[in-house]
Ligand binder design. Structure first.
Ligand code: JCH
Length: 250
């Protein structure tokens, strides 16, 4: 997968060189290219921002540098690019809330381009223009406000890259995680390791009993219980077809 990131704070993306994502790049599973938006300015001060039409606090990012930068990215596609081009992911406080389902969708793409805004965001015409050329997804991490898109790119990249074959050593674990479609999107059950007793707290006996059916039942019950108490919105989306009577009794 090729990832292009356009930003004025390239150093924010340094963490992508670490750990599993860094290893995935070394293995050729990921090709991350960070592009400095200021390389696409032509004034002495390398200006990327200006005041908003109609007034209001703060500054907005000018469209011209973005147009030049994104055109340059699109002019150099990867060999396996989709005929529709990349998905342009634009982190934004007003975007679709990013979910595991979106991570799975983006992980199926050969090429993602991220536009990291700063200030109060990017002139609206940039997204409007590129919607006519590529698929655009404006994405929010949740209902809170960040100072820019870079942190969102780190989160989205990690969530997507870990789904790519070969990035996570034990791919089976991906299907047992919270929010995994294979897990009906439920939150994961509590997990324990040795010792069997720690500070007076014991591991639930069923988990050490060797009865796999009982362990699976306990895990399903705990996942349903945890989801019901912490994320009733997720439980409401549970497909009744995939529940048995005991599920619904929890
Ligand atoms: C209109 O109000 C604001 C508009 C922009 C900003 C700062 N900012 C600039 C680019 C950018 C990209 C993403 C995000 C973001 C995403 C989530 N989930 N929260 N915040 C924030 C961003 C602050 C406020």
């Amino acid at each position: 997968m090729r990832l292009d990131v356009v930003t004025i704070f390239g150093e924010y993306l340094q963490p992508l060189q670490l750990s599993l994502i860094g290893k995935a790049q070394a293995q050729g599973l990921l090709d991350v290219r960070v592009r400095d938006l200021r390389e696409h300015t032509h004034d002495r001060h390398r200006t990327v921002d200006d005041t908003p039409y109609g007034g209001g606090a703060g500054l907005l990012m000018k469209p011209e540098p973005w147009g030049e930068a994104l055109d340059a990215v699109l002019a150099d596609p990867p060999e396996d690019a989709d005929p529709r081009g990349p998905v342009l992911v634009v982190p934004s406080p007003v975007g679709e809330v990013f979910t595991q389902r979106a991570a799975v969708e983006l992980a199926a793409e050969p090429w993602l381009v991220f536009a990291c805004g700063r200030y109060e965001g990017i002139d609206a015409r940039v997204v409007e223009h590129y919607r006519t050329r590529v698929r655009v997804r404006e994405v929010s991490l949740g209902d809170y406000v960040l100072n820019g898109g870079e942190v969102a790119v780190l989160a989205i990249t990690e969530a997507v890259a870990r789904l790519l074959p070969g990035v996570i050593g034990n791919a089976a674990s991906l299907t047992e995680e919270s929010h995994a479609p294979e897990h009906d999107g439920l939150l994961e059950h509590p997990a324990y390791t040795k010792p069997a007793s720690w500070r007076g707290l014991d591991v639930p006996a069923v988990l050490a009993g060797g009865n796999h059916a009982a362990v699976e039942r306990w895990r399903r019950d705990e996942a349903l219980r945890r989801t019901a108490t912490r994320r009733p919105d997720v439980l409401a989306r549970l497909d009744p077809e995939r529940c048995d009577a005991r599920d619904l009794a929890v």
